[in-house]
Ligand binder design. Structure first.
Ligand code: SDX
Length: 431
């Protein structure tokens, strides 16, 4: 059967070119334009990559129209119901669900790597006490290669695997240490008899004077939030990790680059921005005023937690999180939590407003996650740090997939140049 192709015709010259089409196992068909510049001298123009598949991947599949999210083919709804974060991290890394023994071994292995080098714990003291925890996390994760350089040969599969295990294991320890620095309390060492999430909660809230017993409702909710945030195809931060990794940079530096990209309020920083927005709105009486602001192009205000580049339907993760929100607030926080009621009312109004309906702006994963984190007693400055803990599993899975691809090459996009054409230097006396 002849290979499917897409003919591009230049109406000016009448010339045309047949470009091969490539079909995946699911999702949109692609037109392979990799030979376009070489054969025609033409570039495609796609700022924001609205219509660009940057790579081939077998990790996560999203269908924005149908609101589908699958990790290695498993619907996120089933994983949310029956799996937990570490099992999903294994699935993302290795491509299949683990056997009972493999999962036990993986949990033990991750537990073995939860501590950070003792010298690294000094780094936190170098930051101002009120440094944003994301600024601390970027710095500390980027410095991990200064300590774990015994396994940095990115072309050695075993080294790649050790780096993946170290990153997944150490992110909660580093995250909790960022928080402890902010609150002026001593770091709490991990305890490997606890679950991944229970360990994190204890490192956050225990002190040398009072230990902390993770609340089962909090542990279940956090496991779910980590699982739902674990991966999401080629989002901005994952694409950042891939681009950084394409030059051969070490995985710790690449994950630090991913953390940097995630920090933006248009991306992972949105969960913190949702809470600030709800604080700013303050009361349901003010919602209409803020809906007007959100529509006003001259006003920078956006309805944080709404809209998505891919989901033009409800974000499946927001649906799952919304139901957990009720349970967490009922059991762990003031059920009349003004923020949750305000969020629900805002959602109800926005989903009926033609501006949002026409643009298919639905609540995304960040709309509810911040409210749950707050109910768990986690400060809003830590919300994106929590996102980074979870997304490290996806980031490192994509980095491993890219580096182990024999066809992998450095990512180097071109541009549409609109600057000055050639001109001669003007001596300063003549300017
Ligand atoms: C995450 O990519 C991922 O997968 C990300 C993520 C992941 O798991 O990795 O899912 C996590 O980042 C979720 C998104 C969190 N961000 C927010 O909640 C911030 C608020 N949302 C917007 O900034 C925006 O919706 C984006 C950034 C999420 C998507 O931006 P797009 O796809 O570039 O959409 P756009 O800016 O082109 O908007 C299309 C229209 C515009 O209006 P018109 O020019 O057509 O008149 O919708 C408007 C926008 O002005 N619009 C909004 C809006 N989002 C888009 N108007 C008001 N409030 C909003 N939130």
């Amino acid at each position: 059967m002849s290979e499917k192709s897409f003919t591009l015709t230049n109406n000016e010259t009448g010339g045309s070119i047949d470009l091969p089409m490539r079909e995946g196992t699911d999702g949109p068909i692609t037109v392979d334009i990799s030979s376009l510049f070489q054969t025609t001298g033409l570039l495609t123009f796609d700022p924001g990559f609205m219509s660009t598949a940057s790579c081939e991947s077998a990790i996560t599949y999203i269908d924005g129209e149908k609101g589908i999210l699958r990790y290695r083919g498993y619907p996120v709804e089933q994983l949310a119901e029956r799996s937990d974060f570490l099992e999903v991290a294994y699935l993302l890394l290795y491509g299949d669900l683990p056997s009972a023994q493999a999962l036990l071994d993986f949990r033990a292995l991750i537990g073995h790597h939860t501590m950070i080098n003792e010298s690294l714990t000094q780094f936190f003291d170098g930051f101002h006490y009120d440094a944003h925890p994301m600024s601390i996390m970027v710095g500390v994760v980027g410095s991990l290669s200064a300590f774990y350089h015994d396994s940095l040969d990115i072309h050695n599969p075993r080294h790649r695997e050790i780096c993946a295990h170290r990153l997944i294991a150490k992110m909660p320890t580093i995250a909790a240490a960022c928080y402890k620095h902010n609150v002026g309390e001593p770091l709490i060492y991990p305890r490997n008899d606890l679950s991944y999430v229970g360990n994190y909660l204890r490192m956050m809230f225990a002190t040398p004077c009072d230990d902390y017993e993770p609340n089962p409702v909090a542990e279940k909710a956090l496991n779910l939030l980590f699982l739902l945030h674990a991966d999401h195809e080629q989002n901005a931060s994952t694409s950042t990790v891939r681009l950084a990794g394409s030059s051969g940079a070490n995985p710790f530096a690449c994950i630090a680059a991913g953390i940097t990209s995630l920090w933006g309020p248009a991306h992972g920083g949105a969960n913190e921005a949702v809470i600030s927005m709800l604080d700013e709105i303050g009361h349901t009486d003010n919602i209409d005023k803020y809906i007007v602001k959100a529509k006003d192009k001259s006003d920078p205000f956006r309805l944080m937690g709404f809209g998505h580049r891919v989901y033009k339907n409800y974000d499946p993760r927001a649906k799952i999180i919304r139901s957990v929100c009720h349970e967490v607030l009922e059991k762990l926080a003031d059920p009349d939590n003004p923020k949750f009621e305000l969020a629900l009312r805002l959602e109800e109004i926005a989903l009926k407003d033609p501006y949002f309906v026409e643009r298919k702006l639905y609540p995304n994963v960040d709309f509810y996650s911040g409210i749950i984190y707050q109910a768990l007693g986690i400060p809003s400055s830590m919300f994106t740090v929590m996102f980074a803990i979870a997304r490290t599993a996806g980031w490192i899975a994509h980095w491993m997939e890219m580096i182990s691809d024999p066809g992998q090459r450095i990512g180097r996009p071109r541009q549409l140049y609109t600057g000055a054409t050639q001109r001669d230097y003007v001596p300063i006396a003549e300017r």
